[in-house]
Design a protein around this ligand. Structure first.
Ligand SMILES: [Fe+2]
Length: 307
């Protein structure tokens, strides 16, 4: 089974590019990359030219996952396999590949309309143009582990999980069935790519309608102090906190969740583990967090004791 190597980039459709730029640079600590005025904004986390692409769109949702391969041969073998499995994969126009800052790009769509994009060679910034964050003390944890992870809330979770395993070639990491709040049970299934970040993609089943394709995106930093510093920046900038500081029992991530200008959440964390397939045991957990991650009421909701 040919599997994607890592989640190299993510594409978000956002209605307010200016609000996102301020949020991404000043709160998350990303660096502005390639800009097409009024149309799109690339964001950097490391020596890649682009790890996030923001595209002007009224959807305010997750548009695409960019899956990386280490070599052209691996990419070609994967594309052949995906075609044989009926995934409807096609080569993207040169213009789209350029916008994604990759040399060659193949695309297919999952059952929920998310674009999954496959490439083997991402453009790197010139050595004179090293990544600089105006906010981070350490660095983002990227490299072979990729840009981070995302968690989808599909219409039919069985179909979504089958796509992860049968088309993308992701492997099951583990699953959690637990309470996000009293009486609110979530079921989340976590999948890892070949390079081993505990999960590059997860599928969440939630007992209420979610207006977005994803629950959240995660970015990870190398210094846990940066999680606290980002939390302070959110408080100072008035960015709503969806879930307070806490720790997940499966990927060991110390993190909190903020609400992005597009309404979906961003998890900002440190300390996530890497799976070694030779020794990994798949487990089922019964709690989403072993401490913290208290869910806050939505912004603007009346206080519990309000009349
Ligand atoms: Fe997460």
């Amino acid at each position: 089974m040919h599997s994607v190597s890592t989640l190299g980039y993510m594409v978000l459709g956002v209605s307010d590019l200016a609000a996102w730029e301020g949020f991404a640079v000043n709160v998350l600590g990303l660096q502005v990359g390639r800009r097409v005025a009024g149309e799109s904004l690339g964001l950097r986390m490391d020596d890649y030219e682009q790890r996030f692409l923001l595209v002007k769109s009224e959807l305010d949702d997750f548009l695409a996952a960019g899956w990386e391969f280490e070599t052209d041969a691996q990419l070609d073998a994967f594309v052949d396999q995906a075609r044989a499995r009926g995934a409807g994969i096609v080569e993207a126009d040169r213009e789209i590949a350029e916008q994604r800052r990759v040399a060659r790009l193949f695309v297919c769509h999952d059952p929920d309309g998310i674009s999954h994009e496959f490439y083997s060679c991402a453009y790197r910034a010139h050595t004179r143009d090293a990544f600089r964050s105006s906010a981070l003390r350490g660095a983002f944890s990227t490299g072979r582990l990729g840009a981070g992870h995302f968690v989808t809330v599909p219409k039919q979770s069985a179909r979504a999980k089958a796509f992860c395993q049968d088309v993308l070639g992701l492997k099951l990491s583990d699953s959690i069935t637990g309470e996000a709040a009293p009486g609110v049970n979530l079921d989340v299934t976590f999948f890892h790519a070949r390079s081993g970040r505990h999960h590059s993609m997860a599928v969440a089943e939630v007992p209420f309608p979610v207006p977005k394709r994803i629950h959240h995106i995660m970015v990870e930093c190398t210094d846990a102090n940066d999680v606290g510093l980002a939390y302070d920046r959110c408080k100072q900038a008035g960015v709503p906190i969806l879930m307070e500081l806490g720790h997940h029992p499966n990927d060991q991530m110390f993190s909190f969740y903020m609400i992005s200008p597009s309404g979906f959440a961003i998890e900002f964390g440190a300390g996530g583990i890497v799976v070694n397939d030779d020794t990994w045991e798949i487990k089922r957990y019964s709690e989403l967090s072993d401490w913290g991650h208290k869910l806050n009421p939505p912004p603007g909701a009346p206080a519990p004791n309000a009349p």
